[in-house]
Design a protein around this ligand. Structure first.
Ligand code: 0A1
Ligand code: ZN
Length: 860
């Protein structure tokens, strides 16, 4: 721990075990909105009785100590001292044998606007303890490697009282819960309120009957069924695919309206942002349904990857998050279309993680220093963490992966583990040396891979040699980037469109390396980086005709989509720089629209043009300063040209893709809607908006209404529809969040910041609610040319609100500050305005540790 500019920096290298073993924790909560009393009894065992140590407990400023005893006796007050964020009992006051430390504290949940620890949301008590929220509830060794069984008593008149583990006593005004599985404090949870449950049950394969409940507010029960179905599917899948069974008598999920993140895997009591639980066709989109299914699975899967095996310290966060994301991605691939899921995941990775990895906030999946751990729940830790596991699986094969995972669960059940432990099970199960592979965990930055081809015709067949080079640009604090192991999946397509070599994984380990394919009849076309086998940026000299060939013939769906994507990007980046070259792309799109044999979801993915942010990222990776206005204009123009060129095909498809019958959120129907909506987005650019207006009026589901409304707003229309939506759903928070988000997001860029500002003045802009705040600020930052408006209005608006949010909810302010993370890549005038906004934030008095760390990394 070091102090720099008054900030405390934590280092991985400083890890030391806690000097006491905590075997059991007993707690009693006397709930009161402003004065909750918490009694805590900790059974402590000194690790080394011969070397007495001070006992340091974490405890936030809002925790008021009422009493403290050791084995029933109050120690000499001179031996107990309170620091800003800790409480210390001097070694002299502690016995050299096991002892019971009891405290009583008082906290004020109603004053907790940061939603860390115990807080009140809509009249309901709930908790969020990851990463370091438990210290706002009581004094405790609040670190993941201190694990204990918990026995919790809740005293309250509220009708539903929940905590972790199994219920062991219920009476009027009191509930008792016991969690037999030792856990760290970050997995603690408590909920108390007026709730109703959608209930079901699941019998595990060894015959344990588990009661399942999804708890929501009265009136929301009819929107919780899909979450329950998703939970049951997840429980079954984890048994079938990973051999993992659930281990308690009950599994509770609770939906809350005020929540900083998506959801939380507390043992036996998952707490969810209500937007990831509640869904009905009228209020939720297909994307919402898919996301609910995935996040329910994600949190459930944490029961093994996170809870039974947790992290030794927060530097190891990707141990549980990367693996659990990887598992939820596998689950969604199995439930829906694997090809579509892979493409969606790569799109998300590129738009969020590559952006992070290429800017001032770049960090490795396992960072080795941080100031505020909440700033590290990032795309790099989560999504890149999952990609790294995907590469491992590709390198060791499916069987090797299965053996390694079985060994991981066997060897580390009950442990607080590290990335070293994780890699060791792969080494032991497969005999592979992963020393070089480990760089994926310790090094930041996205490797640039180049591929060159050499063809030699010969009598016994031709030889194709592929030569790759790899290079990773420097990232903050890491200038030297040695080569990594890169699995490159490659296939070869013959000139007639048939595959002549099936997928083979080339293992690149050097900075420059060649691989030969011989015995080939004619020169093939290379399908490279199939399935996006590594999170790298590949560049290869490829003309548009060959890209169009791959788009037509590649057997690997990702590579096929990628060929189309590259065509689109080459047209768009050329247009954004004042050149025009979109003939091949427009033609290829026409063939795709007409290809009835292709999956509608795949066709939709190919029809959705790359976003403006993605175009900017590509330009800047190629050394060009992106001009947001030119990018916007180029993208709009290309969309219009596609619509004009293929008007008949598109209108036909729009009619054919109508989904008949009642709404179902399944993959097949969602795919048709996504294709139809992609077509609508193109047609609305030239049809005056009639189709979108009609669709908005007749659609009974939110997927189509949002698609129609977005298309209209992009054209500067849609005011009637916006008003209709507001009138119909003024009382539905989740729909109103969409209403707030879509306006700045789909606005013509020059108006976006002003629209956001006007919306922020509304009475129903309940900004302390994280979802509402994210909707408006996130909506604006999703409008690339709007957020980066040349007059600085997007930057100013965002900075104003970050400053307002910071003292109320620092986590949210810090997270939303990432809107600025790419500021250095723009032109000098924009950079000056963005820097001005960041400096204004940095100079605010009393700025939180969270936001200060983010802003100083961005300015550094
Ligand atoms: N572990 C959760 C994410 C989460 C992290 C932090 C939170 O509060 C600061 C809340 C949730 C997950 O991966 O789903
Ligand atoms: Zn997670």
């Amino acid at each position: 721990m070091t102090q720099t500019n008054g900030q405390t920096v934590r280092y991985l290298a400083d890890y030391r075990p806690y000097p006491f073993v905590l075997s059991a924790t007993r707690m009693t909560f006397d709930l009161h909105p402003t004065a909750t009393r918490v009694r805590t009894a900790l059974s402590m065992v000194p690790r080394d009785p011969g070397a007495p140590q001070d006992l340091v407990l974490d405890g936030g400023k809002g925790v008021e100590l009422l009493s403290l005893t050791i084995d029933g006796q109050a120690p000499d007050t001179a031996h107990v001292s309170r620091q800003d964020e800790t409480l210390t009992v001097a070694a002299a006051a502690l016995p050299p044998h096991p002892f019971l430390l009891e405290t009583a504290v008082q906290i004020d949940p109603s004053a907790n606007t940061a939603f860390e620890g115990l807080y009140i949301s809509n009249g309901m008590f709930c908790t969020q303890c990851e990463a370091e929220g438990f210290r706002h509830i009581t004094f405790y060794p609040d670190r993941p490697d201190v694990m204990a069984t918990f026995h919790v008593t809740i005293d309250s008149d509220l009708p539903v009282l929940l905590s972790n583990g199994n219920p062991v006593g219920q009476s009027q005004g009191r509930a008792e819960w016991h969690d037999p599985w030792p856990k760290p404090s970050y997995l603690f949870a408590l909920v108390a309120g007026d709730l109703v449950a959608v209930s079901d049950s699941f019998t595990t394969r060894s015959g344990r009957r588990v009661a399942l409940n999804v708890w929501v507010r009265p009136g929301d029960g009819d929107r919780a069924g899909f979450a329950m179905e998703s939970l049951i599917k997840s429980m079954k899948w984890d048994e079938d695919v990973y051999g993992r069974e659930y281990d308690l008598d009950v599994f509770n999920i609770v939906a809350v309206d005020d929540f900083n993140m998506g959801a939380m895997e507390n043992k036996g009591l998952n707490i969810f942002n209500s937007k990831l639980v509640l869904a009905s066709p009228e209020t939720a989109t297909d994307t919402d349904y898919e996301r609910i299914e995935a996040v329910i699975a994600h949190e459930y899967f944490h029961n093994w990857t996170g809870n039974r095996i947790t992290c030794r310290d927060w530097f190891q966060l990707c141990l549980k998050e990367g693996l659990t994301v990887f598992r939820d991605q596998q689950f969604t691939s199995d439930m829906r279309s694997a090809a579509v899921k892979r493409i969606e995941d790569v799109q998300a990775l590129r738009s969020r993680q590559f952006r992070e990895d290429g800017g001032p906030l770049a960090h490795p999946p396992r960072p080795d220093r941080y100031e505020e751990i909440n700033n590290f729940y990032t795309a790099t830790v989560y999504e890149k963490g999952a990609e790294v596991i995907g590469m491992l699986k590709r390198l060791v094969g499916d069987d090797g992966y299965r053996r390694a995972l079985d060994l991981y669960f066997d060897r580390h059940d009950g442990d607080a583990a590290t990335i070293e432990d994780w890699l060791k099970v792969f080494e032991d199960a497969t005999g592979r040396d992963l020393t070089q592979f480990k760089r994926w965990y310790t090094d930041a930055g996205t490797p640039r891979l180049t591929m060159a081809e050499d063809w030699q015709a010969g009598k016994a067949g031709g030889t194709l040699t592929l030569t790759f080079t790899q290079d990773t640009p420097p990232t903050p604090g890491q200038s030297d980037k040695p080569p990594r192991v890169i699995p490159i999946a490659v296939g070869l397509i013959g000139p007639n469109g048939d595959e002549v070599a099936a997928t083979r994984v080339l293992e690149m380990t050097e900075a420059r390396q060649s691989f030969a394919f011989d015995g080939l009849g004619a020169r093939p076309v290379v399908s490279a980086l199939r399935g996006f086998s590594a999170p790298v940026m590949l560049s290869r000299p490829l003309d548009d005709a060959t890209r169009a060939f791959l788009l037509a013939h590649d057997t690997d769906p990702f590579a096929r989509w990628e060929a189309g994507r590259d065509l689109a990007l080459s047209a768009l980046t050329a247009a954004a720089q004042g050149q025009s070259a979109d003939g091949d792309y427009i033609e290829a799109v026409g063939r795709l629209i007409a290809d009835e044999s292709a999956d509608p979801a795949f066709r939709a993915l190919c029809l959705n043009l790359p976003g403006e942010e993605e175009i900017a990222t590509r330009l800047s990776a190629d050394g060009t300063i992106p001009d947001p206005d030119a990018i916007h204009a180029a993208r709009e123009a290309l969309a219009r040209r596609i619509a004009e060129t293929h008007l008949d095909l598109l209108s036909g498809l729009y009619d054919v893709m109508t989904v008949a019958g009642p709404y179902r959120p399944d993959a097949a129907d969602a795919a048709r809607r996504s294709l139809r909506n992609a077509v609508l987005a193109l047609l609305t650019r030239i049809d005056g908006g009639e189709r979108a207006e009609i669709l908005f009026g007749v659609a009974g589901n939110m997927t189509e209404r949002m698609a129609a409304l977005t298309a209209l707003l992009r054209r500067g229309r849609g005011q009637t529809e916006l008003a209709a939506l507001r009138d119909e759903f003024a009382d539905n928070r989740l729909v109103m969040d969409k209403w707030f988000a879509i306006q700045p997001m789909a606005a013509p860029p020059a108006q976006a910041a002003q629209i956001a500002r006007t919306l922020s003045q509304r009475k129903d802009f309940d900004w302390k609610n994280p979802n509402r705040f994210r909707a408006l600020l996130g909506g604006l930052s999703a409008n690339h040319a709007g957020f980066h408006a040349a007059d600085g209005s997007g930057y100013d608006f965002t900075a104003d609100w970050l400053l307002r949010m910071d003292p109320v909810n620092p986590q949210i302010a810090a997270r939303m500050s990432t809107a600025f993370e790419t500021w250095t890549r723009y032109d000098p005038a924009r950079r000056a305005k963005a820097l001005g906004a960041l400096e204004r934030i940095a100079s605010a008095d009393g700025l939180s540790r969270n936001t200060r760390e983010m802003v100083s990394r961005m300015i550094a």
